[in-house]
Design a binder for this molecule. Sequence first.
Ligand SMILES: [Zn+2]
Length: 121
Amino acid sequence: MFCKNCGGVENIAHLLYECNDSSFVWQKLSSIFGFKIAWKHIVIGFYENSDTNDSMNTLISFVALKIYKYKMKCRLDNISSTNDSLYNSVKMSLNTYQYIVENSYENIQTHKLFKKAYKIM
Ligand SMILES: [Zn+2]
């Protein structure tokens, strides 16, 4: 199967990370947090036990889930995902997620991380 956005071979890495629109979102988040978010971070996350790593893993998982859901919605609606439309969709979901996180996660670092990501995006 080929990607409807760029014509590249579509696999899960392409869908969530490599395609232009997904890559654009990860680049923005990478610049906010000051390190390059790599595919391995999405797949296995940071595995040393710390509040910071737990928080980053939670944020990355939320963003990856949102990218997947947005792209599946585009597919069902037969529309293209663009850098801007995917980015705005992730940004809007981060607004919602930050409230969910505040009310359901005890880790204060996670609250701060979601707030920062939403504010700066
Ligand atoms: Zn693509």
